[in-house]
Write a protein that binds this ligand. Structure first.
Ligand SMILES: [Zn+2]
Length: 265
């Protein structure tokens, strides 16, 4: 784990990259901040988390770090030890953690509960949606640390790296660490409700688009040509044929659209 800091004093803000070793976009954003060393108005901790997995370009060495929190100092796996150290580093920090996916090119945010912090900050980020995943929080970083996760785009793409850079700078502007203004946008909010399992097969297909409503009776995916049909309407999130080993992705409800509050006098 690499830990660095912009500014002096005890940080209450952190930017985390490389929770997953096969998602290099956030690492680029952190390295650029370290190269440019912008003057900050609040100190910011910068962390590249799973360096061992990043070196091997794999999601993890022993187990998925983002299912391993809070971890333990004497744990048997690399990731469970790392989870413990990461929680120690991030204690008391509002944390911005970058990921990328195989399912969706446009950035979106993932939060554990629609908190006041999430409602204030996420509409200022260049994201298309906010996804609330508190029913699936177990073992994830944001079960222990106040965290906004962002999916920056497609894994390994140049666009995801550029998005990670823009998202990080906008986050740091929104929290007053970097100077400047942000723009608020209308933001749909989704809540994950179910896992969409996939049976063991040789070929997988997904017929629907993420964040686009699937109606009851619609076919949405297939495993070896065996088609799955929706029993009830849902919004697919993080759905892809081969992104995860055991699941196609998640089903969500659409909760709300956050709108910009009227400006105070
Ligand atoms: Zn990830």
């Amino acid at each position: 784990m690499r830990v660095a800091q912009l500014g002096s004093g005890t940080p209450e803000l952190a930017v985390v990259a490389g929770i997953h070793g096969d998602e290099p976009c956030g690492v680029r954003a952190v390295e650029r901040l370290l190269d440019e060393r912008p003057t900050v108005e609040r100190p910011v901790k910068l962390i590249v988390a799973n360096e061992a997995a990043l070196e091997r370009r794999v999601r993890f060495v022993d187990e998925d770090l983002n299912r391993t929190f809070p971890g333990h100092p004497n744990a048997k796996t690399h990731e469970a030890q790392l989870a413990h150290r990461l929680v120690e580093e991030l204690e008391g920090c509002l944390t911005f953690s970058m990921h990328s996916t195989q399912s969706h090119a446009d950035p979106f945010a993932i939060v554990n509960g629609v908190s006041e912090t999430a409602k204030e900050l996420v509409p200022q980020l260049p994201v298309a949606a906010m996804v609330e995943t508190s029913q699936f929080a177990e073992g994830r970083l944001f079960s222990k640390i106040n965290t906004i996760e962002v999916e920056c785009g497609l894994q390994g793409s140049e666009t995801a790296a550029q998005n990670a850079d823009r998202l990080t700078r906008t986050f740091l502007t929104a929290v007053g660490a970097l100077p400047g203004d942000t723009v608020c946008r209308e933001l749909p909010v989704y809540q994950l409700t179910d896992v969409i399992n996939k049976q063991r097969a040789d070929t997988y297909e997904v017929f629907v688009d993420n964040f686009t409503r699937v109606d009851a009776g619609d076919p949405f995916a297939a495993a070896d040509g065996d088609t799955q049909v929706a029993n009830e309407p849902f919004y697919p999130v993080l759905m892809s044929p081969n992104g995860y080993r055991d699941v196609f992705g998640y089903a969500a409800d659409k909760l709300d659209i956050l709108t910009t509050p009227p400006a105070a006098d």
